[in-house]
Ligand binder design. Structure first.
Ligand code: GLU
Ligand code: ZN
Length: 457
């Protein structure tokens, strides 16, 4: 079994395209088939190398690996040319020399009469030898096919144009190249967005004309924003890399995307292996799915909680580097991650949380310092006791905090909060005994010193 992802490199990798790629990828993995990446770059005006790179980078980040490719359509022009010639020779295609003006007048006339815009076959029997090339679409009968998602689709051939398969400059068009490639590459299941469903009958006619076996087709519903219009920048980031930058785990993003248009009971959280085991094309919804950023955030947090430390560490590395946080052997980064794991919704949040364990901060948050450093007695007492603590362990540190509380006759928060600010600079930190343990004795005492000497101006 073979399927493919066939993006056009005309921008960043769109989150909706990733969902399409993911469904095809899962379907292939499930059947232990082969997944092919094909770059549909025939539109040389709009295709860029930068966009190709963005596609490859996105696929790599998400772990959507492929067994063959990337193939580039621009490297296959000779093959397309040969097929166009073959269709011309068999009189299954013909040249059309209609000017854009003529076609526009034709279109406007039909629309004015309330009819569907359609080429009128003006050049169909002229035996021209130059111009655009049109495919002779059968004029009778129905074009039926069974879509694996949408069910039976039926189109009357009368409704279909003699479609252009090569422009007058010789360049082949999408509907032709996609058929040739899917055939040549042995694709037996075409999975793509339902914005292409109107193209499928035209493509099937081409398969028939060329005497080729049909693949199966599965057309996936669109992704909409919260207001019911097609997902766009107005709703949420649509560039997949923006989700890496914002601190999402790739498997969390994939988990979120797999639920857009597919469900398995009311289960929300899936590992990649579970997706592969449970996914069925027949369970994909016909109706569009709607994108919910809050839910994505929740799924990310759940994946962070469940992830093993090695996986978090390797995904966190990018964020640490971007924030220029250098990790040293102590404290152990694994212990720091474990400490932060329960409280972070994103990896960028985690990277910010990591910082205080390795870097000194310039200043205390002035508002918080005003509040928590008004009375220095708890800090002074802590400093005295911690200086003499030899076994720098969480339980010992907690005991000392409690001693300070008893000594000064104040609640835990009255010591814990100043210490939290002392160690973090911004009060943003978890369980204070764990924090102090990880910060280490030297840095803790240094920061206590700094806090005790803090002056309000
Ligand atoms: N290049 C087309 C697109 O990005 C591919 C459509 C298809 O999968 O056939 O929409
Ligand atoms: Zn014509």
């Amino acid at each position: 079994m073979k399927s493919r992802f066939a993006p056009s490199p005309t921008g960043y990798l769109h989150i909706g395209s990733v969902r399409t790629a993911l469904f095809a990828w899962i379907w292939v993995k499930k059947q232990k088939g082969a997944f092919i990446l094909r770059i549909e770059d025939t539109d040389q005006q709009r295709s860029t190398q930068q966009s190709v790179d963005a596609i490859l980078e996105g696929m790599a980040w998400l772990g959507l690996d492929y067994d063959a490719g990337p193939y580039y359509q621009t490297q296959r022009f000779e093959r397309y040319q040969a097929v166009i010639q073959q269709l011309l020779d068999a009189d299954k295609a013909y040249y059309c020399a209609c000017s854009p003006e003529r076609l526009q007048t034709l279109r406007e006339g039909l629309i004015a009469k309330g009819e569907k815009s359609k080429y009128d076959g003006h050049c169909a029997h002229k035996n021209l030898t130059t111009g655009a090339v049109r495919f002779r679409t059968p004029t009778r009968g129905n074009m039926d096919f069974m879509d694996l998602v949408k069910g039976k689709i039926s189109v009357n051939n009368k409704e279909l144009d003699d479609l252009i398969i090569a422009r007058s400059n010789g360049l082949p068009t999408y509907n032709l190249t996609v058929v040739i490639d899917d055939h040549d590459m042995g694709i037996d299941c075409v999975i793509r967005g339902d914005d292409h469903i109107n193209n499928t009958p035209r493509q099937i006619n081409l398969y028939h004309a060329l005497g080729w076996n049909l693949p199966e087709f599965a057309h996936l519903p669109m992704i909409l924003g919260s207001d019911g219009t097609r997902l766009s920048k107005r709703h949420s980031a649509v560039n997949v890399m923006a989700y890496r930058d914002a601190g999402f785990l790739p498997e969390a993003l994939l988990n979120y995307l797999v639920r857009l248009g597919w469900s398995h009971g009311d289960q929300e959280l899936f590992s990649i292996d579970e997706m592969i085991a449970l996914f069925e094309l027949k369970d994909v919804n016909k109706a569009p799915a709607s994108f919910n950023p809050d839910k994505l955030l929740w799924i990310n947090q759940e994946h962070i909680k469940q992830s093993n430390i090695d996986n978090l560490r390797s995904n966190l590395a990018w964020h640490l580097q971007k924030m220029q946080i250098k990790i040293t052997p102590t404290p152990d980064i694994n212990a720091v991650i474990k400490h932060l794991q329960e409280r972070c919704k994103t990896l960028s949040e985690m990277a910010s949380g990591v910082k205080m364990f390795y870097q000194d901060f310039a200043e205390f948050d002035p508002q918080l310092a005003k509040k928590h450093f008004k009375n220095k007695a708890p800090l002074i007492s802590l400093q005295k006791k911690l200086t003499h603590l030899n076994h720098w362990q969480a339980d010992k540190i907690k005991l000392i905090i409690k001693e300070v509380c008893t000594e000064l006759n104040i609640g835990f928060g009255k010591v814990g909060q100043p210490l939290r600010l002392t160690l973090s600079g911004d009060g943003n930190a978890g369980a204070i005994d764990e924090v102090a343990t990880l910060v280490g004795k030297t840095k803790t005492l240094n920061r206590l010193n700094k806090a005790i000497n803090f002056q309000r101006f």
